[in-house]
Write a protein of this length. Structure first.
Length: 289
């Protein structure tokens, strides 16, 4: 990237930090901008960014689509970053009809059955790993939420887990399963006797750090491979989907599932309507009536 654009990049990073976006979001947006500026430097050398045209923006998006073969959803992330760059850094109006978002296909996620979840958890011998995976499923936690739990966040008497600063930037309570609590208790008593309320529930390798999300992903990936299930399409988020779907199959209403999962919008919860049809939960064929 040309030194000509360094000032723009720094302004962009400053704005992202000022907006208090998540570190991962800032990193992604910075990467998207750098990719765009590399393209500008190669295809529009010396171009003043304040003079960029929407036709040139569209050429870049066609490059992402036809040359780099990025999927439409990823290209939409690039568009969102470019929009923010125009508005906050270049102080230019963004004309959404000049740069429309791309339509993209949506696929139903692979979700393990209750029996498959039990098989996964029961097959884990390490008490810490078993407790972590059981908690992901039984409480419907996001991996990032699991990693940031403190021992004091587990409220055994109230059968709930305090989750601070979830994805939608709000605190919430998640349900605590009695079976998962038994696994947590066994883990603490056998491997973590010096834990305090302020200790990370799942500490990382470095002192005073919590386990990282990639470690949790790897734990489940390794376990699926050991079961010969590496091609089933399951991942950590599949356990969260399983939590929601299995509640829905058991007759729990969508509003309760939305609250249990900490969804900000009902649209995120409505996926279980589609997933539930496969189990006959929500729709019966008129041919069988």
């Amino acid at each position: 990237m040309s030194d000509l654009y360094n000032n723009y990049v720094q302004k962009h990073l400053d704005i992202l930090s000022l907006r208090d976006l998540a570190p991962g979001t800032i990193s992604s947006y910075a990467s998207y901008l750098n990719q765009f500026l590399d393209w500008v430097g190669e295809n529009l050398p010396g171009k003043d960014l304040s003079q960029l045209t929407f036709e040139e923006i569209r050429l870049y998006l066609l490059f992402l689509k036809n040359v780099r073969s990025l999927n439409n959803r990823t290209i939409n992330y690039h568009i969102a970053q470019l929009r923010d760059f125009f508005l906050y850094v270049l102080h230019r109006e963004w004309e959404r009809y000049q740069v429309p978002y791309l339509k993209y296909d949506q696929f139903l996620p692979a979700v393990p059955t209750r029996q498959e979840v039990d098989t996964i958890i029961d097959s884990i011998s390490n008490s810490k790993h078993k407790a972590a995976i059981a908690l992901l499923y039984s409480s419907g936690l996001r991996v990032s939420e699991l990693c940031r739990l403190h021992c004091g966040d587990i409220h055994a008497s109230g059968n709930r887990i305090y989750v601070s600063r979830s994805k939608n930037r709000s605190d919430r309570y998640a349900v605590l399963s009695s079976r998962a609590l038994d696994l947590l208790t066994a883990y603490i008593r056998s491997d973590y006797r010096d834990a305090t309320k302020d200790s990370w529930l799942f500490p990382g390798a470095r002192p005073d750090s919590h386990v990282c999300t990639q470690t949790v992903y790897n734990i489940l990936k390794h376990q699926l491979a050991s079961l010969g299930w590496q091609d089933k399409g399951f991942n950590c988020h599949s356990l969260r989907h399983a939590f929601g779907l299995h509640l829905y199959e058991a007759g729990t209403d969508l509003i309760s599932i939305k609250e249990a999962l900490g969804h900000k919008s009902m649209s995120s919860t409505e996926i279980y309507l589609s997933l539930g049809i496969g189990s006959g939960r929500s729709v019966k064929s008129p041919y069988d009536l």
